[in-house]
Design a protein around this ligand. Structure first.
Ligand code: IPM
Ligand code: MG
Length: 369
């Protein structure tokens, strides 16, 4: 079996962490007797520098022909000019939209070994196991008009939050299906006291809940959720929400686990790939971290766990995905930490060494098996 994977390393620490994840997949391929055919393309700021656009049409075409995309990160101060015609982030937004990746899964779990890495007290974060299902192809990210313009009284700007019933319903249904396979609790997060789009989310969520009585359904306003995530995070199982709220809440939620460098994500939709599983894009939730680029200080774990999600959701390789998760937990248990997680009494490692330790652990587990 050969799986086609498009690797888009992007900018900043994207290349460093994605390289480690690719090498992990190569170890898995040897054991599982599958082959990964890796294609690579330039994207984001690097593509603006090389070709004048954040993503070339041929790269998008390549993405549609692959079984899954492994993504690093895009953006950086160099391309931050607010008046620039092209922005690195556009590449990611186009990929999400064109591949129909409306469901962005961002799981957050705390590991016993890392309870002290969170800025929150261990008794609060102990036992957290939730997943945020962020709607990814609608809302403020895509609504038109979205522009800065000259108005009668000076400069003005507008963004549009638009959601159709179909867009909301498919995300909510995805949430119920996911919750059913977990602890059967779905929380819809909105701002229904203010926004029309949120009131529609709540209305449709409540209708679909009536058909899914085996799952406990509740709703929370997003401002309250921002607080409850820090106060009682273990109360949540699956959280479904619109694009922008999901973006903000998942950066907050990453602090429960201890570091942004730990959190993977999967973006999938209804399309299937050549092996009958989800076409998906897999990326760490962290960004390009310009302050540590090229210094071997990045944490490759989020990228490696994203590769594990790819095995699980795009290739049906559930056991191999668990195998990677176990290897990561094992290395952390042994006390190895990248600088973002450094603590007294732990063994400081760089990005490359962390990747190598995880692969070595995989190989030794391979021998045990
Ligand atoms: C994320 C990121 C992206 C987003 C950026 C890089 C466009 O913050 O995936 O959470 O806002 O969706
Ligand atoms: Mg974000």
């Amino acid at each position: 079996m050969t799986y086609k994977v498009l690797v888009l390393k992007g900018d900043g620490i994207g290349p460093e962490v994605t390289s480690e994840a690719v090498q992990v997949l190569k170890v898995v391929a040897r054991r599982a007797a599958v082959d990964f055919a890796f294609e690579e393309a330039v994207i984001g700021g690097a593509a603006i520098d090389a070709f004048g656009v954040p993503m070339r049409p041929e790269t998008l075409k390549l993405a549609t022909e692959c079984d899954a995309v492994l993504f690093g990160a895009v953006g950086g101060p160099k391309w931050d000019n607010p008046n620039a015609a092209h922005r690195p982030e556009q590449a990611l937004l186009t990929l999400r939209k064109e591949l129909g990746l409306y469901a962005n899964l961002r799981p957050v779990r705390t590991l016993k070994e890392l309870l002290n890495a969170s800025p929150l007290r261990p008794e609060i974060v102990s036992g957290v196991d939730l997943v945020v299902l962020r709607e990814l192809t609608g809302g403020l990210y895509y609504g038109r008009p979205s522009e800065k313009r000259q108005g009668a009284e000076g400069r003005e700007a507008v963004d549009t939050c638009f959601y159709s019933e179909a867009e909301i319903a498919r995300a909510v249904r995805f949430g119920f299906d996911l919750a059913r396979r977990r602890r059967k609790h779905l929380t819809l997060v909105d701002k229904a006291n203010i926004l029309s789009t949120s009131r529609l989310w709540r209305e449709i969520g409540t209708e679909i809940a009536a058909e899914n009585k085996d799952v406990t359904f509740d709703t929370l306003l997003v401002d309250a959720m921002a607080m409850h995530l820090l106060r009682r995070p273990t109360d949540f199982d699956v959280i479904v929400t619109e694009n922008m709220f999901g973006d903000i809440l998942t950066d907050e939620a990453s602090m429960l686990a201890g570091s942004m460098g730990l959190l993977p994500s999967a973006s999938i939709g209804s399309e299937t790939n050549s092996v009958g599983f989800h076409i998906g894009l897999y990326e760490p939730i962290h960004g390009t971290a310009p302050d540590i680029v090229g210094r071997d200080r990045a944490n490759p774990i989020a990228a490696i766990l994203s590769a594990a999600m790819m095995l699980d959701l795009s290739f049906g390789m559930h056991a191999e995905a668990e195998w990677i998760n176990d290897a990561v937990a094992g290395v952390l248990r042994e006390g190895y930490r990248t600088p973002d997680l450094a603590a007294p009494g732990t063994k400081m490692t760089g990005c490359k060494a962390m990747g190598r330790l995880i692969r070595e652990r995989l190989e030794s587990m391979e021998r045990d098996a």
